[in-house]
Design a protein around this ligand. Structure first.
Ligand code: ADP
Ligand code: MG
Length: 325
């Protein structure tokens, strides 16, 4: 199939956002925004680095790639509105498989009424999918990482370690374990960004926020660093699914703190706003858990501390880092 036929096949029949003035079909897209701040973010997924076709169907490659981007928009406190897709296609990929990637993105985009407004199509050796998402946010309710204050409550939505456990099952287990742990596999394949929850929190002026893409060991350090504060969390409070208890203590520890890709929201709020935050969580069916507190001024050696087995120890950044040699 030619590039132009391919573009035609993925072109939306209509646009859902009033802000989309021109989508696919010219040299660039045109959006019209007047009253809100614009959020943009881009993420790239490369075959054999971010996913393997042996554990991931094309549908889920598309779904997860877009979910990761939408989660970044949620972590700024915004709503996603449109996206662009740049794709590198190897010769051995069928038209059907490519369509499935777009179907995966489409399923999620529909839920948020997001428009596909452009992209780029080139051929190459390995499948690579780069998605740019555009969103909007009320300029007074942008959620930065840098706004944590002493005595804030540290919270996280949902449960942690699910995605890493799901991948572990896909890589190591047979049919019966897959049935038993289908929940984790689903969470790995189709994570749900917490857009609705954060957009329900509009009465709270200050929420410090990050999304869980690399694991909370990383994201807590990012908040502590950006806010120049020390954070203390209690390992026993870190929420996980009951079935995770079936795995070794070591695996649970690793998955919950460094697993990542759960795309939950991790943040801090003033204790005065905690009840309000919980109300928004209930309204949107979002589990939320207090896992720790923000303490005073940080110095380089004391950013994040973990209370585990009655001992307080430093929690350092962990997980996969690109470009490390
Ligand atoms: P140009 O040569 O002007 O950059 P292209 O021929 O590359 O334009 O693309 C034509 C139109 O199709 C543009 O609107 C572009 O944004 C869109 N497009 C191209 N590839 C994709 C893709 N993979 N997904 C979505 N839109 C695409
Ligand atoms: Mg052009």
């Amino acid at each position: 199939m030619e590039e132009f036929d391919f573009i035609k096949s993925i072109q939306p029949k209509y646009y859902q956002q009033p802000t989309t003035i021109k989508g696919i079909g010219d040299d660039a897209a045109i959006l019209r925004h007047t009253n809100e701040d614009i959020i943009t973010t881009v993420d790239t997924m490369v075959e054999d680095v971010h996913f393997s076709t042996s554990t991931t169907e094309p549908f889920h490659i598309g779904y997860r790639a877009l979910a990761a981007n939408i989660s970044d928009i949620a972590a700024m406190g915004g709503k996603p509105t449109s996206y662009l897709v740049s794709i590198v296609i190897p010769k051995n990929w069928s038209q059907e498989s490519l369509q499935q990637i777009y179907n995966g993105m489409n399923q999620l985009a529909k839920r948020y009424r997001m428009d596909l407004i452009g992209g780029d199509t080139v051929s190459g050796k390995q499948l690579s999918l780069s998605i740019t998402v555009i969103g909007t946010v009320n300029s007074k309710k942008v959620r930065y990482r840098s706004s944590a204050l002493e005595d804030d409550i540290v919270f996280v939505t949902g449960s942690l370690g699910d995605s890493a456990c799901g991948l572990h099952i896909l890589l190591n287990s047979g049919e019966s374990a897959r049935d038993k742990y289908q929940y984790f596999i689903d969470r790995h394949r189709m994570p749900e960004p917490r857009v609705n929850f954060i957009n329900e929190c509009t009465t709270i002026d200050r929420i410090t926020l990050n999304d869980v893409s690399d694991g909370i060991a990383n994201e807590l350090n990012e908040i502590a660093e950006a806010s120049h504060k020390t954070i203390v969390i209690d390992y026993d409070k870190v929420p996980s699914h009951p079935l995770l208890k079936n795995f070794s203590e070591e695996l649970q520890y690793d998955w919950k703190l460094s697993g990542g890709e759960d795309f939950e929201l991790l943040g801090t709020v003033s204790s005065h706003n905690w009840e309000q935050l919980k109300t928004s969580a209930v309204k949107t069916g979002t589990p939320i858990t207090k896992i720790g507190m923000v303490k005073g001024q940080a110095n380089q050696n004391s950013l994040v501390w973990l209370l585990h087995n009655d001992q307080l120890k430093r929690l350092k950044k962990s997980g996969y880092t690109h470009l490390r040699r």
